[in-house]
Write a protein that binds this ligand. Structure first.
Ligand code: PGA
Length: 249
């Protein structure tokens, strides 16, 4: 059985006061579910989030990390720094990191390897741009993103990988992939992993969908057989909305 996961990517939102308040609200509203629930506040508020959620089953995860263990990388955060405050899952490859911060496949593979070497879980994000979908190139793009960053990993590492398919054209735009489009791509991803590794690996990895998931569309998207949950941006910033999305799983 694959884990069901609902994760909130808070991006560059919420100061310390707001972070603590939202976590308290969310804890109070957390639906009873078997799904793993995660939140990714900004770096400066991670330690406080871990403390606030001390007795909660909500897991605090990071939005990014650097691949080097330490050293002269001004402004960056290492795996050890995350682990030391109790954060052992990290989002890598979000489309905003790729688009605004120049993160290439070469950089991403180093980050993935560094996280895995530190025994962390990786939530790896990928997805095509609008023009790729329009030109029918979306399957090729997704396949090459997976191949370049993940397919040189040893099979034993795959139990630490969570995938998040996020079509760039659906992120923060209000435009969601239809449940059928999500299912079609998730099934393609599983087939690609089966070919690169085996069906055991492909059937065990959780594949989340991300891109304008809201309380109104979550249930239909999550009902698809290859969709194992969601990575939620905007709607994770409102406790009632995030709780409703968690309930939908
Ligand atoms: P969104 O963001 O839900 O606001 O579209 C999703 C994401 O970027 O992970």
């Amino acid at each position: 059985m694959r884990s069901k996961i609902v994760a909130g990517n808070w991006k560059m939102n919420k100061n310390l006061t707001e972070t603590e308040a939202l976590l308290v609200q969310l804890s109070a509203k957390l639906p009873d579910t078997d799904a793993e629930v995660m939140v990714a506040p900004t770096f400066v508020n991670l330690a406080a989030a871990v403390r606030t959620l001390d007795s909660s089953r909500i897991e605090v995860i990071a939005q990014n990390m650097h691949f080097a263990p330490n050293g002269a990388y001004t402004g960056e955060i290492s795996a050890d720094m995350l682990l030391n405050i109790g954060v052992d899952t990290v989002i890598i490859g979000h489309s905003e990191r790729r688009a605004y911060f120049g993160e290439t496949d070469e950089i991403l593979v180093k980050k993935v390897v560094a996280a895995l070497e530190n025994n962390m879980r990786v939530m790896f994000c990928f997805g095509e741009e609008l023009e790729d979908r329009k030109s029918g190139n979306h399957f090729n793009i997704v396949e090459s993103q997976l191949k370049n960053a993940l397919f040189s990993l040893d099979v034993s590492h795959w139990n630490k990988i969570i995938l998040a398919y996020e079509p760039v054209w659906a992120i923060g735009t209000g435009e969601t992939a239809s449940p059928e489009q999500a299912q079609e791509m998730h099934a393609f991803i599983r087939k690609t992993i089966t070919e690169a590794y085996n069906s055991g690996v492909a059937n065990k990895v959780s594949i989340l969908y991300g891109g304008s998931v809201k309380p109104a569309n979550a249930k239909e998207i999550f009902s698809k057989p290859d969709v194992d949950g969601g990575l939620i941006g905007g709607a994770s910033l409102v406790a009632d909305d995030f709780a409703a999305i968690i309930k939908a799983i």
